[in-house]
Design a protein around this ligand. Structure first.
Ligand SMILES: NC(=O)c1ccc[n+]([C@@H]2O[C@H](COP(=O)([O-])OP(=O)(O)OC[C@H]3O[C@@H](n4cnc5c(N)ncnc54)[C@H](OP(=O)(O)O)[C@@H]3O)[C@@H](O)[C@H]2O)c1
Length: 175
């Protein structure tokens, strides 16, 4: 469980049937928006799983600029490579929140993938969900939430068309 003064937003792009990556981790259909980069820089902390980190490396978008980048992994060789602004950790959500709060940062953006999203959801550690729904149906791949997670009620806060048929929905998690 994270500290109650930490606000956590999950920010993801999905197909209309709820996939964040297609078969073989295909994300070529995802249109990155400048908003995401600005949002990360504004909030100051982004958290992702090791597989998402590897994907970001492939697309040369890691580390996210002007932010503390935190990668959740069991990989000791990566953990040993942590720097001041790029942290690889197998720590709990509480420990991750503390890393942020120790730097005076009180908002975290969770950036996937499906495995890490459900890790946060099942620990009741997501306050807000922003989903960019792309105009595509995918036949398989990685879902927004993978593994085990609880039924969760949301309140739609805002819905808007942002770019080339992409609808962005912003939800508050009802706790
Ligand atoms: N559409 C989008 O907006 C979007 C955004 C992000 C990602 N994606 C896509 O999602 C896919 C990746 O999602 P994914 O669900 O497969 O993987 P993921 O959530 O990115 O990473 C999962 C990995 O994180 C590590 N991990 C998970 N829980 C942990 C814990 N409690 N402690 C320590 N390490 C932990 C494990 O790696 P180790 O055991 O190896 O350390 C695990 O295999 C990629 O295709 C990516 O491109 C899409």
């Amino acid at each position: 469980m994270k500290g109650s003064d930490m606000k956590t937003t999950l920010f993801m792009a999905t197909s209309i049937n709820g996939y964040v990556a297609g078969v073989n981790d295909d994300t070529d259909w995802v249109k990155d928006t400048e908003e995401l980069y600005d949002f990360v820089a504004e909030k100051g902390v982004c958290v992702m799983g090791k597989r998402t980190y590897e994907d970001c490396m492939k697309y040369n978008v890691f580390p996210y600029k002007n932010a503390l980048n935190i990668v959740i992994t069991h990989d000791k060789s990566l953990i040993d490579k942590s720097t001041k602004d790029i942290i690889f950790t197998d720590g709990s959500i509480d420990q991750i929140s503390k890393i942020a709060s120790d730097r005076g940062l009180n908002e975290i953006i969770v950036m996937g993938g499906g495995n890490i999203n459900s890790y946060f959801l099942k620990n009741n550690a997501i306050d807000e969900i922003v989903i960019d729904i792309h105009p595509i149906v995918l036949s398989g791949g990685i879902r927004l939430f993978e593994d085990v997670f609880p039924n969760t009620t949301l309140e739609l806060v805002e819905s808007k068309l942002i770019l080339e048929g992409i609808v962005q929905n912003r939800y508050k998690v009802i706790k």
